[in-house]
Design a protein around this ligand. Structure first.
Ligand code: ZN
Ligand code: ZN
Ligand code: ZN
Ligand code: ZN
Length: 248
C-alpha cells in the first residue's frame, strides 16, 4: 500500500491551479484523431499564464481557465478547452462556457489549432523572456521551477524529477505511516475523552434524577401524612355528627 503526496511543480509558481484531469486520458477511446504515443505525452495541466494575454486572439484562449490553451480540444458546440480543463462526467463532457454537452467520442484534439498555438509569440509571465509558445514550457521548467524539492517529511533535498520515486522509498513510506498512526492515536484519545465527557454528563444527569426521586419520596410521605390527618379529621367529624344526631 502506497501513500501519495501530490506535487504539482507549477502550482507553487502559479502556473497551474486546477486539479489534474487524469480521468480523461483513461476515458478517451483509442481510435482518436491522434496516436497513442502522442496521447500519452499529453500534459494534464491547465492553460498557460502569459504576460501578453490581452493581446492574444480569443480563439487561443481556453473557455474554462481563460488562459492560453494547452492541448486544445474542440467540443461539439465549437468551443475549445484545454485537455485538463475538460469536465468529464459519466462519459459526457459539459462545456463550461455554453453548458452544451458532448459525448466523450465527440471531442477532438484540435491539431490545426495546436500548430497555430505553437507559433504564438508570447511573453513570459515571470521574466522578460519572449518566444514561441512551443518552447515556453521548457523555458518555465528551466528557469522558474526549482530543480530540487525539500521533502517536508524527511527534511531531505530531492531532485524534482525523482520526487515520486522518493515518495515510494521505504524511509519516506514508514515516516508517512508513523504520522498516520500518530494521527489515528490522537483520534482514539479524542474519542476516549469524548466518552469520558459523556459518562460524566450521564453521571450528573443520574444524580439530578435521584435528587428528584428523593424529593418526590418526601412529597409522597407528606401527601400520605396529609391524607392520614384528613382521615383522622373526617372520623372526628363523623363522631361529632353522630353525637349531634343523638342530642337531637
Ligand atoms: Zn483551460
Ligand atoms: Zn460550448
Ligand atoms: Zn521566464
Ligand atoms: Zn520523504
Amino acid at each position: 500500500m502506497y501513500f501519495y503526496v501530490s506535487d504539482d511543480p507549477l502550482a507553487t509558481h502559479g502556473f497551474s491551479s486546477l486539479e489534474e484531469n487524469s480521468s480523461l486520458q483513461q476515458l478517451i477511446p483509442y481510435n482518436h484523431s491522434f496516436g497513442i504515443s502522442q496521447r500519452l505525452l499529453l500534459s494534464s495541466r491547465n492553460g498557460f499564464f502569459v504576460k501578453n494575454i490581452d493581446d492574444i486572439d480569443p480563439r487561443f484562449i481556453c473557455q474554462s481557465c481563460r488562459l492560453v490553451l494547452r492541448k486544445p480540444y474542440q467540443l461539439q458546440c465549437g468551443h475549445r478547452q484545454c485537455q485538463a480543463c475538460i469536465d468529464v462526467q459519466n462519459r459526457t463532457i459539459h462545456c463550461l462556457s455554453c453548458s452544451k454537452t458532448s459525448a466523450i467520442n465527440e471531442v477532438w484534439f484540435d491539431a490545426a489549432l495546436q500548430a497555430e498555438l505553437e507559433c504564438l509569440s508570447i511573453f513570459c509571465s515571470v521574466c522578460d523572456w519572449t518566444g514561441p509558445l512551443k518552447i515556453y514550457q521548457d523555458h518555465i521548467d528551466q528557469n522558474h521551477v526549482d530543480r530540487f524539492l525539500i521533502c517536508s517529511l524527511c527534511r531531505e533535498q530531492v531532485e524534482r524529477s525523482k520526487i515520486l520515486e522518493h515518495y515510494m522509498t521505504e524511509t519516506h513510506q514508514s515516516r508517512l505511516l508513523n504520522i498516520l498512526l500518530h494521527l489515528q492515536s490522537i483520534q482514539i484519545k479524542n474519542d476516549q475523552q469524548q466518552h469520558q465527557m459523556r459518562y460524566s454528563q450521564f453521571h450528573d444527569m443520574i444524580s439530578i434524577l435521584s435528587t428528584d426521586i428523593a424529593l418526590l419520596d418526601i412529597r409522597v410521605e407528606q401527601i400520605q401524612y396529609e391524607f392520614y390527618s384528613q382521615q383522622q379529621a373526617l372520623e372526628l367529624h363523623t363522631y361529632k355528627l353522630l353525637l349531634l344526631k343523638n342530642l337531637i
